[in-house]
Design a protein around this ligand. Structure first.
Ligand SMILES: NC(=O)c1ccc[n+]([C@@H]2O[C@H](COP(=O)([O-])OP(=O)(O)OC[C@H]3O[C@@H](n4cnc5c(N)ncnc54)[C@H](OP(=O)(O)O)[C@@H]3O)[C@@H](O)[C@H]2O)c1
Length: 297
């Protein structure tokens, strides 16, 4: 593969894919709606790209052999523009497409990723699906403030388990699928090594941060009140409620060894991730800019 286009290149997973690709023998093109000089390190080519602006597609897709495809979490705005963009890419020779999908997409007709998977299956592109579990990074991107300011995690997940995965492991899978053979027409479940409850998450964070973090399995009503107090808008908190309800119902806990088989190494545990991210939970550290969740914005 000579030239790889990374969509979502400024996001949680895409930024890590860009970093990892710079170690490979490929030209890396990083797609963002707002390219700026020195935004990316090394020989990365930033390119203006917007799923909603077909006029940006030609320059982004030209000469590209493989693409990492991220569905931006802004459901309402991006909508169906992804499918024509995929077709445009395939028409100009993007042969291989690696989609960041969601664990369970094959069973859940409500997930937009399922429609994108079907579209890719029906296309001429060589596809790989990375069906990722909840990112560990959500704890920082979405819940950092309640953890640092109040020492609690407020999600309506009951005692359901989640097979959290580190974004870095998702990115490593993407790079393997984009640059190596043997991943064509495969769908991988990209999970961490174990499924844990939010009680476990709170306990592990308390140990790592050396201060108390609690989880009390709040009701949906308390979660909604809490979210409104934090200023989350209704569409975001409804998507969050739906996602955490899947965890409460036990639908987010599937553990797979796909990552270990592909990468030939163990995946990161939540305990290890927490230890590595202690400083990011320091109350005086900068707020992360990104606060999107799986399927939401
Ligand atoms: N969070 C989870 O736990 C989880 C788990 C499994 C799967 N997923 C899936 O992962 C995907 C999100 O990945 P992520 O968390 O890495 O992304 P992210 O951090 O939320 O970043 C979103 C990216 O989308 C880009 N973007 C936004 N609007 C765009 C547009 N109109 N056209 C082109 N690009 C646009 C942004 O780039 P610019 O602003 O620079 O243009 C940004 O790089 C979603 O499909 C989600 O369902 C998430």
């Amino acid at each position: 593969m000579d030239t790889v286009l990374v969509t979502g290149a400024t996001g949680t997973v895409g930024s890590r894919v860009v970093d990892r690709l710079t170690d490979r023998d490929v030209t890396v093109r990083a797609a963002t709606r707002d390219p700026a000089d020195e935004q990316f390190q090394g020989d990365v080519e930033p390119v203006a790209f917007d799923f909603e602006k077909p006029e940006t597609w030609g320059a982004a897709f030209g000469g590209v052999d493989a693409m990492f495809l991220v569905r931006p979490p802004a459901i309402a705005r991006v909508g169906d523009s992804m499918l024509p963009a995929i077709d445009a890419g395939a028409r100009v020779g993007v042969e291989r497409i690696v989609l960041l999908s969601v664990l369970g997409a094959e069973q859940n007709p409500l997930l937009p990723h399922r429609r994108i998977e079907k579209h890719l299956r029906d296309s001429d592109a060589t596809w790989t699906f990375l069906r990722a579990s909840f990112f560990m990074e959500n704890l920082l991107a979405v819940h950092r403030r309640e953890i640092t300011e109040h020492g609690e995690i407020v999600v309506p997940a009951g005692d359901g388990e989640t097979s959290f995965v580190a974004a870095d492991d998702v990115a490593a899978m993407a790079v393997a699928a984009l640059t190596e053979s043997g991943h064509e027409y495969r769908a991988y479940d990209v999970t961490g090594p174990e499924a844990v409850t939010y009680y476990d998450v709170a306990h592990t964070l308390s140990d790592a941060l050396d201060r108390s973090v609690t989880y009390e399995a709040p009701s949906l009503a308390r979660f909604v009140r809490h979210s409104r107090r934090l200023g989350r808008d209704w569409s975001f908190l409804l998507v969050m409620a739906a996602l955490y309800t899947t965890a409460r119902l036990g639908l987010a806990g599937r553990v797979s060894d796909d990552v270990k088989r592909v990468l030939g190494r163990p995946t990161m545990s939540f305990r290890e991730w927490a230890k590595r991210n202690v400083t990011a939970f320091d109350p005086s550290a900068d707020e992360p800019e990104n606060n999107s969740l799986n399927g939401s914005e």
